[in-house]
Design a protein around this ligand. Structure first.
Ligand SMILES: [Zn+2]
Length: 167
C-alpha cells in the first residue's frame, strides 16, 4: 500500500516558524533525485519530524530528525553496503552574515539569501547528503571481489586470447 506523503511541498520559513508548525511525514527516496543517485533502495522512505520556531522573534529555525536506511556501493568491494542513518539537526535560516552572528552555536547556519521559502525535499536532501560518509565502505575486510570480476570480464571479452595463452 502506498503511504500518503503528508509533508508540504514547500516550507514557508517565517510563516511556519511564527506559527510553530510541527510536521511529521515520509518521503520516498525516489522523490529525492540527489539521494536516489547514490542510494540503491529507491523504494524505501525517509521518515522526518520538523518543528519550527522563531529565534529572537525574527530568525526562522527548525529542529528536526530524519530516519532512513540507504543502500550504497561499498567503495572497496563494490558490494551493497547498508547504512542506517538517524540524523538530528537544528538549523537557523539566515539571510545575511550579520544575522548569523546573533545565533547561538548549537544551530547550523543555513543561508537562504532572499528566499522566503524552501522546497521540503531540498532541505531533507541537503541534511541526508551531509550525513552520508564521503567514501562509504564495509567496516570489515572486504575488497578482493572487484579484481576477480575484472578477470572474469577479461576472459569474457577475449576468450581466444586466454586459449592462446594456454597453448
Ligand atoms: Zn566492501
Amino acid at each position: 500500500m502506498e503511504k500518503v506523503n503528508q509533508l508540504p511541498k514547500t516550507i514557508k520559513l517565517f510563516n511556519f516558524a511564527k506559527k510553530e508548525v510541527n510536521l511529521h511525514g515520509e518521503c520516498k527516496i525516489s522523490n529525492m533525485p540527489r539521494v536516489a543517485e547514490i542510494a540503491k533502495n529507491d523504494n524505501d522512505s525517509v521518515e522526518v519530524d520538523l518543528s519550527f520556531h522563531l529565534y529572537n522573534g525574527k530568525t526562522p529555525c527548525v529542529k528536526g530528525i530524519m530516519d532512513l536506511k540507504v543502500v550504497l556501493d561499498c567503495q572497496r568491494c563494490l558490494d551493497d553496503l547498508e547504512i542506517n542513518l538517524n540524523i538530528p539537526f537544528k538549523l537557523a535560516f539566515v539571510k545575511h552574515e550579520n544575522q548569523a552572528v546573533e545565533i547561538d552555536n548549537s544551530y547550523e547556519i543555513y543561508h537562504v539569501g532572499e528566499f522566503e521559502a524552501l522546497e521540503t525535499i531540498d532541505l531533507m536532501t541537503d541534511e541526508i547528503l551531509l550525513s552520508i560518509p564521503m567514501i562509504p565502505s564495509h567496516n570489515f575486510e572486504c575488497g578482493l571481489k572487484f579484481d576477480q570480476e575484472k578477470i572474469v570480464e577479461e576472459v569474457r571479452k577475449h576468450p581466444f586470447d586466454v586459449l592462446k595463452n594456454l597453448k
